[in-house]
Design a protein around this ligand. Structure first.
Ligand code: NAD
Length: 334
């Protein structure tokens, strides 16, 4: 059993915690409690040990006992999933993980330099084998890597230009926005293109981005110059065969991010999550050697299976396909 600890029990951390509990080869040792809140109450109800950081008066007052401090958690685990807000992962690495010689997986809010390798399981699992520090790339980069790597392998992609239309904030988040504006990223390229190249090192990709007042999902529009002209049906078949990618159809009245989220609830996904990248079949088209498509990314969940595979890669499980299959079966995803 791989013993796993989670530092940062928020949007991503709580989902990874539940996913770890579903793995036959992993044991969730505990999560850190940074401040008392409803998430801590739920973790406590789920009988997840909570390692309280700093002052634990609020926890005590509310009947939650601490399993120990950070040092105790580090001593009890083989690997840490750092799911703290951006930049804190880097600080934690220097302060805790390196001095205590504990492996760690970081999230996409950290710069790629935080880790030995940036990671998307179906693209570069082998590169991450036995590495001490792995960064699972952001939700947007994960989505780009999954769909682009499949068509690059099959047909060859010359270059890509893509625009990320980003959700303003996560659904629970009352502090970020915009709530009444479309906000372009005023730099070119946006950071997503260079980030894709930390995983798909040879992918020629240029990205722009903007934020909009919605919380549900991100949406990407992509134009790929292919090495040769491609046939739409062949492209559809390729993505049908690609793990963690799902084709959705206007024909089924799945016409928007709202309907994708509703679909996720209807198929019984925990929290209404959709970890697969959703491509609208009717948006896949060609013009000369160009291939165009539109995809939607559920930012809160697409990186969860990646984190599970990253744990296996870091701890020396060699078979990428088997790891992906184990993860997919446990989470009941494609
Ligand atoms: P979040 O704000 O939902 O959760 C962060 C958690 O870390 C909170 O529980 C907070 O209390 C805790 N925390 C804060 N400071 C801490 C500290 N010093 N030590 C320990 N815990 C601390 O954040 P999130 O959205 O889960 O993001 C975490 C990481 O995942 C970031 O790198 C982010 O960029 C990345 N990410 C987020 C999303 C998303 O859509 N939310 C998607 C993909 C990747």
């Amino acid at each position: 059993m791989i013993k796993v600890g989670i530092v940062g029990y928020g949007t991503i951390g709580k989902r990874i915690a539940d996913a770890i509990k579903l793995q036959k080869d992993m044991q969730l040792i505990g999560v850190t409690g940074h401040s008392y809140n409803y998430r801590m109450e739920i973790a406590n109800k789920k009988k997840i040990p909570i390692y309280v950081l700093g002052d634990n008066a609020d926890f005590k007052e509310n009947g939650i006992s601490s399993a120990g401090n950070m040092k105790d958690l580090l001593n009890a685990v083989d690997i840490i999933m750092d799911c703290t807000p951006k930049k804190i992962g880097k600080e934690n690495k220097e302060k805790f993980y390196v001095p205590n010689k504990v492996k760690a997986i970081f999230q996409g809010g950290e710069k790629d330099a935080v880790a030995d390798v940036s990671f998307t399981a179906q693209c570069n699992y082998k590169e991450a084998l036995n590495k001490d520090y792995i960064r699972v790339v952001s939700c947007n980069t994960t989505g780009l890597c999954r769909t682009l790597s499949a068509i690059d392998k099959k047909f060859g992609v010359e270059n890509v230009s893509a625009t990320m239309i980003r959700r303003g904030a996560d659904p629970w988040d009352i502090k970020h926005g915009p709530i009444n504006a479309v906000v372009p990223v005023l730099e070119l390229p946006s950071h997503h293109g260079p980030d894709v190249r930390t995983v798909l090192h040879d992918m020629e990709i240029f990205t722009t981005a903007l934020s909009v007042p919605t919380t549900l999902m991100h949406l990407h529009t992509l134009t790929c110059d292919m090495k040769e002209a491609v046939n739409v049906d062949d492209v559809i078949d390729t993505w049908k065969d690609t793990t963690r990618v799902r084709l959705v159809r206007n024909a089924e009245k799945v016409r928007s991010t709202a309907e994708i989220m509703e679909l996720a609830k209807e198929i019984g996904r925990p929290r209404g999550d959709m970890p697969e990248i959703c491509i609208w079949e009717e948006t896949i088209g060609t013009y000369k050697k160009k291939l165009l498509y539109i995809q939607a990314i559920h930012q809160e969940s697409d990186v969860v299976p990646e984190n599970i595979d990253a744990i296996r890669a870091a701890t020396g499980f060699e078979d990428a396909e088997k790891s992906i299959k184990m993860t997919n079966e446990s989470l009941e995803i494609k």
